[in-house]
Design a protein around this ligand. Structure first.
Ligand code: BJW
Length: 245
């Protein structure tokens, strides 16, 4: 670490990468845990552009069911989301949450400085013209685009395997400037997010911390780690950070 801290930058910019584990205690499934989404459906059937081209109805059905579970406000942010929103508001430096999650729990908790690198469940995108629009109901092949009127081209605004995650240039810019990189509730299986810690470590000036239920795939790459449920370890970590400990 931590030259940033040691050199007197007591409140360096913070980048926080979050994954499905932070929303688990709000009732949303993770992907790779024993009861996770990928234990019930195959990635190749629902989370690739090829799957959507082959079976749009099947892919729409998968996302419609998950969207129904989230729309209507039944899913609420938990203490971990709330602690990160508090950090953003109370930390004197910049705090940015880069989430792999497509749920809206960070924004519901009050996080404003937020990048959804894998897209958002409650948005649709037109494959023909790229128009992105809020979408809370079911989506299907009969839907048309508000902007170009194309029918059948609306798709979930999410990033599937083989597609480029969103806002990567901005994210790497933030990683290049941060003095603390926190990774919360992610298994470290999916790139490029899984490579962020190595990117930050190359600079040798930033503190890297993993907060997860158990050691992730890339746990050994972090200088520090704490393990336990997000609703316990994230608020405690934020509290210590704000107290300067
Ligand atoms: C708790 C907890 C509690 C539980 N408290 N913690 C070889 C072949 C093919 C492709 C590749 C390849 N090698 C690399 C790639 C690239 C590929 C990739 O990474 N594949 C790997 C599988 C190897 N990546 C991509 O394709 C990405 N794009 C890309 O690389 O573009 C570049 C490019 C493009 C084109 C040409 C050339 C280059 C895109 C990846 C898109 C991922 N999309 C998904 C679906 C999004 C929509 C949806 O939700 O349906 O994103 S997959 C899924 O995984 C989702 C998640 O965001 C992502 C990460 O999962 P996450 O969040 O880590 O969840 P889990 O379940 O894995 O882990 C949960 C963790 O929480 C666990 O550790 C638990 O212990 C913990 N936990 N309860 C705290 N209470």
């Amino acid at each position: 670490m931590i030259e940033d801290f040691a050199q007197g930058h007591r409140h360096p910019d913070i980048v926080i990468l979050t994954g499905a584990g932070i929303s688990r205690e709000s009732g949303l499934s993770t992907f790779r845990d024993a009861d996770g989404i990928w234990s019930k459906v195959r990635i190749e059937d629902v989370a690739t552009p090829e799957a959507f081209a082959r079976d749009p109805d099947g892919v729409h059905a998968f996302y419609n069911e998950r969207r129904r579970g989230m729309a209507g406000g039944a899913v609420a942010p938990n203490a971990a989301h709330e602690a990160l929103a508090r950090l953003e508001h109370e930390w004197p430096g910049a705090v940015t949450v880069v989430t792999q999650n497509i749920d809206d729990l960070h924004e519901k908790a009050g996080t404003g400085n937020l990048i959804h690198m894998h897209g958002e469940m409650l948005k649709a995108r037109c494959e023909d013209c790229g128009h992105v629009v809020h979408w809370a109901g079911d989506m299907g092949r009969g839907d048309s685009c508000d902007a170009c009127a194309s029918i059948g081209a609306m798709r979930p605004h999410v990033v599937w395997f083989g597609e480029m995650p969103l806002e990567m240039e901005r994210i790497y810019g933030l990683l290049d400037r941060c003095g603390l990189f926190l990774s919360i509730g992610t298994s470290g299986n999916v790139y490029p997010a899984a490579g962020f810690v190595q990117h930050v470590r190359r600079r040798r000036v930033a503190r890297t911390v993993e907060l997860n239920l158990e050691p992730s795939e890339g746990a050994s790459l972090f200088a520090e780690a704490e393990y336990g449920p997000a609703t316990e370890i994230v608020p405690a970590f934020v509290e210590r950070l704000l107290e300067g400990k």
